[in-house]
Design a protein around this ligand. Structure first.
Ligand code: ADP
Ligand code: MG
Length: 233
């Protein structure tokens, strides 16, 4: 059994008199430690899918099996525990708390789980050992995103979910952030899912899942993913 198995996942939203399937009969599998790119244009249904995988939203039908458990069957309470203990999130606009330092932002996440990574160690792993006392406003966009990644990994999540993590960053800074995410999968064995509309990121994934109009159009398995240094966008 694969680490993640999504089977016939559908999410239907009401839309005026009718309904819209933001996800329609989506199925795929992800192995532990893979870096997966979910690629699609705006409105394709990527965030809906990521939010379902992260237990932030529930689907309308289908199975969402994570490490042997179908989270689509979880109660609200079980979903809260799943989000807290098993999932790390990274968003496009960082979502840091402005009046807490980098270290305090990371501690906010690490303190809520039992088996956490030390906040300073998490910040060091994203190259910010010397910025732990800085507030978000004193950091560049790329540095703020690295704090957000440190906050996500400090929980030692089973699954790291990233929604457009380079969307607000310039090219070089975006590459640094993606490099950190690829290293997490390659060196630490973390399972990392990156949602993006940027096709230039596709070569770095062990797997690329193409989403269009709420459906899987194509899945590419890449035995030799590209190194970040070779990317151009
Ligand atoms: N809460 C919601 N209520 C109604 N429609 C929604 C809601 N969230 C998303 N949608 C619709 O679902 C579709 C997919 O949205 P989304 O998953 O955000 O796409 P993406 O992240 O790929 O841009 C869009 O048509 C969007 O308008
Ligand atoms: Mg989105």
């Amino acid at each position: 059994m694969a680490y993640i198995e999504v089977k016939h996942n559908t999410k239907t939203y009401p839309s005026g008199e009718t309904t819209v399937d933001a996800n329609h009969d989506i199925s795929f599998e992800i192995e532990k430690g893979q870096l997966v790119i979910i690629l699609g244009s705006s409105g394709a249904g990527k965030s809906t899918l990521l939010n379902i995988l992260g237990g932030m939203d529930t689907n309308t039908s289908g199975q969402v099996i994570i490490d042997g458990h179908d989270i689509a069957l979880y109660s609200r309470k079980e979903l809260t525990a799943y989000r807290r203990n098993d999932v790390g999130f990274v968003f496009q606009f960082y979502n840091l708390v402005p009046n807490l330092t980098a270290k305090e932002n990371v501690e906010l996440a690490s303190q809520i789980v039992k088996e956490s990574m030390d906040a300073e160690q998490a910040l060091a792993s994203v190259g910010l050992a010397d910025r732990t006392g800085n507030f978000p406003a004193q950091l560049s966009g790329g540095e703020q995103q690295r704090v957000a990644i440190a906050r996500a990994i400090a929980k030692k999540p089973k699954l790291l979910l990233c929604d457009e993590p380079t969307g607000a960053l310039d090219y070089e800074t975006g590459k640094q952030v993606v490099q950190i995410l690829q290293d997490m999968s390659r060196k630490d064995g973390s399972t990392v899912i990156i949602v993006t509309h940027n096709a230039a990121l596709a070569p770095i994934g062990d797997q690329v899942i193409h989403i269009h109009d709420g459906q899987v159009k194509q899945i590419d398995r890449q035995d030799h993913p590209a190194d970040i240094a070779s990317l151009e966008w």
